[in-house]
Design a protein around this ligand. Structure first.
Ligand code: R5P
Length: 309
């Protein structure tokens, strides 16, 4: 692994450190700073000529800052003659605008893909994209990992009695089905309607949740409205208790208060995005081992697919 260098942006240095630790390496030396007017500047402080470089930067809030920092970092690397540069985005921001669902709107997921490639990414490593089709927005290789193995292992260790996995919207059915199969659980679907950019309404629950321990699985939690609405609906329908689980803790506003312990038995998240202190019913699992193993396999050119669900 001597030719493999791991660099971190400022979005989630703790995750980067853990990934490097799993690989038995230190992080590469890079000095990222701001000019007084806010412009980002940086210098790579070691030779990267001919190396296999991985830059870890989730494009989480503040999304524009973190994305711009990643683009500028990629630009610096492409001018420093590495053999290959992989942009590692544990969380891919701007993914939710992935199609024209009404006239005269942007497709930001595609725009970001174009920007990453133009800036110098040779390949992408990412996790739980909002929709897997975003891989097709790139004409460079994309390795798309799932946090499911980490979350499933944790849920299995809890020996939840009579579990039912719940998709909080129709788009989440495939993922929920995969979890249900692994947990030997039932499956239910919440019929969610979006009534504003950050407002949702749940209308029906499809499937039997009566007396079950419901586990809502989502790719991300932002305002928490999707989780909260689904939890109320499931409790109305007779669920015994509700767990919420997601990969990306985007967390906007007072999430701890919204996803409170009287509504959720546990809220399970991963560390793709760094989070400040959370109440004790929040459980943070690390995906650093999974990302490190993917990096190792990409570098050694062995199969990454066995890490997929
Ligand atoms: C929507 O399609 C996503 O999968 C999430 O359900 C949604 O983005 C969560 O957002 P919020 O927490 O703001 O409801």
């Amino acid at each position: 692994m001597n030719d493999c260098l791991i660099f971190s942006g400022n979005a989630n240095p703790e995750l980067s450190r853990k990934i490097a630790e799993h690989l038995g390496k230190g992080l590469g030396k890079i000095n990222i700073y701001r000019f007084i007017d806010g412009e980002i500047c940086l210098q790579i402080e070691e030779n990267v000529r001919g190396k296999d470089v991985f830059i870890i930067q989730p494009t989480c809030p503040p999304v524009n800052e973190n994305l711009m920092e990643l683009l500028i970092t990629l630009d610096a690397f492409r001018r420093a003659s590495p053999r290959r540069v992989t942009a590692v985005l544990p969380y891919y921001g701007y993914a939710r605008q992935d199609r024209k669902d009404k006239p005269r709107v942007p497709i930001t997921a595609k725009l970001v893909a174009n920007l990453l490639v133009s800036a110098g990414a040779d390949r992408i490593l990412t996790m739980d994209l909002h929709t897997p089709q975003i891989q097709g927005f790139f004409d460079i290789p994309v390795d798309h990992l799932f946090a499911a193995p980490v979350i499933v292992d944790y849920l299995k260790s809890k020996n939840i009695k009579n579990p039912v996995v719940v998709a909080p919207d129709v788009g989440g059915v495939k993922t929920a089905r995969a979890f249900a199969k692994r947990l030997n659980a039932g499956l239910a679907i919440v019929d969610k309607r979006r009534i504003g950019p950050d407002q949702v309404e749940t209308v029906h629950v499809i499937g039997d949740v009566k007396n079950c321990e419901a586990i809502i699985i989502d790719d991300l939690i932002s305002t928490g409205n999707t989780m909260v609405e689904a939890a109320y609906k499931l409790l109305d329908e007779g669920a015994a208790s509700v767990y919420g689980a997601c990969t990306h803790a985007v967390f906007s506003g007072d999430i701890a208060q919204k996803l409170n312990a009287s509504l959720f038995k546990e809220v399970i998240i991963t560390d793709t995005i760094s989070t400040s202190s959370l109440p004790s019913h929040f459980v943070k699992l690390s995906v650093s081992g999974l990302l490190a193993e993917a990096i190792r396999r990409i570098h050694l050119e062995t199969s990454v697919s066995s890490l997929f669900i």
